[in-house]
Design a protein around this ligand. Structure first.
Ligand SMILES: [Zn+2]
Length: 140
C-alpha cells in the first residue's frame, strides 16, 4: 500500500525510531516491512462477462495481485533497517529467526577467520536465542 508521510512517521516511531528486528537506530533510508509477508501472484485478466482479455496479438493478458490483502495494512507494518528488511525478504517471522540462528552454523562451517578468532577468544558464542527488538520492547 502507498503510505502517506504521516503513516510512515507513525510506523517509524512504533519502536522509538529503531528497527523492529535488530533495534538499530533508523536512518534516513529505512523500510516499512510487512510482519506477515504479502504474498503476490499473477492471474489471467477477465472481462466482466468472464472472457479472457487478450492483447493485439491474441496473447492472454495477466495481472499481478495480492493473495492476502488483509496483511497490507498499517498494523502489519514494521519499521525496519534496510539490512533486516532485505534479509527477511518475504519470510514469516519464525523463518527469519531460523535464518539468523543458522548464521553461527555457517560461520563455524565456512569461515576460517571466524573459527580462528573463536580459538583466540576474540569471539565468544553466547548460545542465546534470537530475540527481535520489538519482542523485548513490548515487554518493557
Ligand atoms: Zn535491523
Amino acid at each position: 500500500m502507498k503510505l502517506t508521510k504521516t503513516q510512515r512517521e507513525e510506523i517509524r516511531m512504533k519502536y522509538g525510531g529503531r528497527c523492529a528486528y535488530c533495534g538499530c537506530e533508523l536512518g534516513q533510508r529505512w523500510h516499512a516491512d510487512h510482519l506477515i509477508p504479502i504474498r503476490r501472484s499473477e492471474r489471467n485478466m477477465r472481462e466482466y462477462n468472464g472472457n479472457l482479455v487478450r492483447d493485439a496479438w491474441g496473447k492472454i493478458k495477466t495481472e499481478k495481485y495480492i493473495i492476502n490483502p488483509e496483511a497490507d495494512c498499517i498494523d502489519n507494518m514494521m519499521p525496519s533497517c534496510a539490512s533486516c528488511n532485505i534479509l527477511k525478504n518475504s519470510l514469516p517471522l519464525e523463518s527469519f529467526r531460523s535464518v539468523i540462528s543458522g548464521f553461527i552454523t555457517s560461520l563455524n562451517r565456512d569461515i576460517n577467520q571466524y573459527k580462528i578468532s573463536k580459538r583466540y577468544g576474540l569471539v565468544q558464542e553466547t548460545g542465546i536465542e534470537v530475540k527481535f527488538y520489538f519482542e523485548t520492547y513490548e515487554s518493557k
